[in-house]
Ligand binder design. Structure first.
Ligand SMILES: *Cc1c(COP(=O)(O)O)cnc(C)c1O
Length: 395
């Protein structure tokens, strides 16, 4: 430390030396990293020496999170952690395309991804088509010489339809188009997208991976090293860099991710069957159930992992939906998923409010339709809450 008579004028020295190491990753909020000499900095920029420089370019807490997800996904190069899931989607859609390109998206993508496809890409001269990702022939019919990529989610929100990923990956290989998989709902615990032919994998780490609704983060990794590098450079240039503290929290949350996932999934299976037996419940959507339209596809792709999302429909109107939400004591009525606590969302008043009522009915998202993200509560207690809330709704 350098001081003058008025006290400290410079930064303090780094942490005192210790022969033993902390067992928890230290939080590194430092924006800048000091190198010893211009030669050393040169070597860092050349990539001959690993060393951080400026935290928008990368920092240790982000790399720890990236490597943890890389291991789960089997990513061949270190992925990029971004400040939100949408930053990861944006990095792919904006960072790897140019005017004149064409992008195909699943017609039930996450709302903001759909919006970017519908509003932002066309404004920049990039054409888009939205297609049912369960229908490979329909996707094939949209492929043009300018088609650059197909962006899909494995299990759609909120109707939990399952994409034909194997068919799409064969089509993508055959036509030289990139297959981009947003694996947020399924997570690497249920689906390792690279193993099934994906070229790029995206996550909203905000959801199940971090898991506590206190962190907003995203992740993207590409199989091809040059593409992976382009994604990293684009996220650094556009400032999509995550905060070290968010990464630190996410790392902690991910330690329990496999346990949380397994627990939430087994409760979801029980709750789905319970709901199906309740008077006043018209329909339950859960891919493990044989009455799910894509059960066979899910059984093949997800290998018995059916995830924690359940959707169902109460036989009733908006009043019934209000009564249900009011009576669902202890559950948060909130537009997110993957939290430790069960959350319920109502597409007609939130994610799909922009559609006409007729279009929502076509899609099966009536006023009585709810999506549940099952959390870690005791499964019996959770089923009881739903029994009471459904009774209140149809009472
Ligand atoms: C939430 C979500 C996103 C966006 O992630 P944020 O972290 O909220 O920006 C993208 N895709 C899917 C499937 C999501 O559920």
């Amino acid at each position: 430390m350098i001081s003058n008579s008025k006290g400290s004028i410079m930064r303090p020295d780094p942490l005192p030396d210790s022969a033993s190491r902390p067992v928890v990753t230290p939080l590194s909020p430092s924006v800048v990293y000091a190198s010893d000499t211009p030669d050393m900095l040169d070597a860092q920029y050349d990539g001959d020496l690993q060393g951080y420089t400026y935290s928008r370019e990368g920092h240790p807490n982000a790399d720890v999170v990236a490597q943890a997800i890389d291991r789960m996904e089997g990513a061949p190069h270190m992925g990029v952690v971004t400040a939100s899931g949408m930053a990861a989607v944006s990095a792919v859609l904006l960072g790897l395309t140019q005017a004149g390109d064409h992008v195909i998206g699943g017609n039930q993508l996450y709302g903001r991804s759909l919006r970017m496809m519908a509003e932002d890409l066309p404004r920049l001269g990039i054409e888009t088509s939205m297609v049912d990702p369960g229908d490979v022939d329909a996707v094939r019919a949209e492929i043009r010489p300018s088609t650059k990529m197909i962006l899909v989610e494995v299990v759609s929100n909120p109707t939990l339809r399952v994409a034909d990923i194997l068919g799409l990956s064969a089509l993508a290989r055959e036509t030289g188009v990139l297959l981009v998989v947003d694996n947020t709902f399924t997570t690497p615990r249920a689906f390792r997208a690279f193993d099934h032919g994906a070229d790029i994998v995206i996550h909203s780490v905000t959801k199940l991976l971090a898991g506590h609704s206190d962190v907003m983060l995203g992740y993207v990794a590409a199989k091809d090293e040059a593409l992976n590098d382009r994604l990293r450079v684009f996220t650094v240039t556009t400032g999509m860099t995550p905060s070290p503290f968010d990464c630190w929290l996410a790392e902690r949350g991910m330690l329990s991710f496999p346990l949380r996932f397994d627990r939430a999934q087994s409760t979801a299976a029980r709750l789905a069957d319970h709901l199906a037996g309740l008077p006043g419940v018209k329909r339950v959507l859960y891919p493990a159930r044989h009455d799910h339209p894509d059960h066979d596809q899910a059984a093949v792709l997800l290998k018995g992992q059916y995830c924690n999302m359940v959707s169902f429909e109460i036989d009733g109107d908006r009043d019934a939906a209000n009564a249900f939400a009011r009576a669902a004591q202890g559950l948060n009525f909130a537009p997110t998923l993957g939290d430790v606590g069960t959350t319920i969302s109502h597409p007609a008043s939130s994610s799909h409010r922009a559609l006409t009522a007729e279009r929502r009915t076509e899609l099966g998202m009536t006023e009585g339709f709810f999506r549940i993200s099952v959390g870690l509560e005791d499964s019996k207690a959770l089923c009881d809450v739903f029994t009471e809330a459904v009774q209140a709704a149809i009472g």
